[in-house]
Design a protein around this ligand. Structure first.
Ligand code: ADP
Length: 287
């Protein structure tokens, strides 16, 4: 398996209020993330998901515990700015609001902005921009104005801008939360493609159960504690606990659980509408 790309051990973090009061947000959190993982981080509002993302992007530093990224331990006050810059090249961040991430008036200039800041030669920038737009299915919009695009398209331009910096890992912090259902699907498919075809490690923070179900691994945070860490089918088998944390399971999964409780023998995984249909048709054929 090799070394984890990101290793977090016993991480704690508290925000300090103006009056000196501490708000403990992460408590003794441990998690290893391997290269190529597609990890979803689930948790209700305020559970500490964004704080974890900020720590992994070195915007914040742990109060205690150990954070190692690509073999380098992040020790506050010891790590140099140059080392932080080098590590940040490896981990891109995509945020919630696409409008806050777009800086240029033409799509291709926007995608070029990141690599330009990295000092990449212009010929190579052209190639990276073209490739990134093609990966995101946005080539035909290269000369368009970003503000005229749909939410899903804008977010795909923002992702292309990150991809053009050739990161090893991308953290998506609720990147579909402001989109309509079509936009959400476009962005989710893009995230899956980036992981499956390019092998980029994906950390996807979300509060949508159906999105988390598409990851290979789901971790659940509740008030800064890591409650579950496993394959989606394992994590979503804890329906009652998830509901008590203000979360849920995907609708199709919940339906199958109810039918099982009612005595139907529906064996197999159910995390998507397709798997749900297969189980139900299978049951009908057997009867
Ligand atoms: P999530 O992403 O799961 O919604 P956050 O990591 O954003 O959770 O926040 C966790 C907790 O930390 C919340 O209670 C929130 O109010 C608090 N918090 C977040 N940012 C700050 C900040 N800059 N100063 C003080 N408290 C904060």
């Amino acid at each position: 398996m090799g070394e984890p790309f990101i290793s977090v051990k016993n991480l704690s973090y508290a925000y300090e209020e103006d009056d000196g009061r501490k708000i403990q947000v992460l408590k003794n959190l441990s998690i290893d993330i391997m290269r190529g993982d597609f990890l979803a981080v689930l948790g209700h509002n305020g559970s500490g998901k964004s704080t974890l993302a900020r720590i992994l992007n070195m915007i914040l530093f742990a109060d205690s515990g150990k954070v190692v990224i690509d073999g380098k331990e992040i020790i506050p006050n010891e790590i140099s700015d140059d080392e932080i810059i080098e590590l940040r090249k490896k981990i891109g961040m995509v945020f919630q609001n696409p409008d806050n991430q777009l800086v240029a008036t033409i799509v291709e200039d926007d995608v070029a902005f990141g690599p330009e800041n990295l000092g990449i030669p212009s010929g190579e920038i052209r190639e990276r921009v073209d490739n990134a737009l093609a990966e995101l299915g946005m080539s035909e919009y290269a000369k368009h104005e970003p503000h005229r695009l749909s939410g899903g398209q804008k977010q795909r331009v923002a992702i292309a801008g990150i991809l053009a910096m050739l990161p090893e890992c991308i953290i998506f912090d609720e990147s579909t939360a402001m989109l309509d259902p079509k936009g959400r699907q476009e962005v989710l498919s893009a995230i899956e493609k980036i992981n499956r075809e390019k092998g980029i490690t994906v950390i996807m923070i979300t509060h949508y159960m159906d999105e988390a179900a598409r990851a290979d691994r789901v971790v659940v945070l509740d008030d800064g504690d890591l409650i579950f860490d496993g394959k989606p089918e394992e994590v979503f088998s804890h329906e009652k606990e998830l509901i008590s944390m203000g979360l849920d399971v995907p609708q199709c999964t919940s339906l199958i659980y109810k039918l099982r409780e009612a005595g139907f023998k529906l064996e197999g995984r159910c995390l998507s509408a397709k798997e749900c249909a297969e189980l139900l048709f299978g049951e009908l054929k057997n009867n």
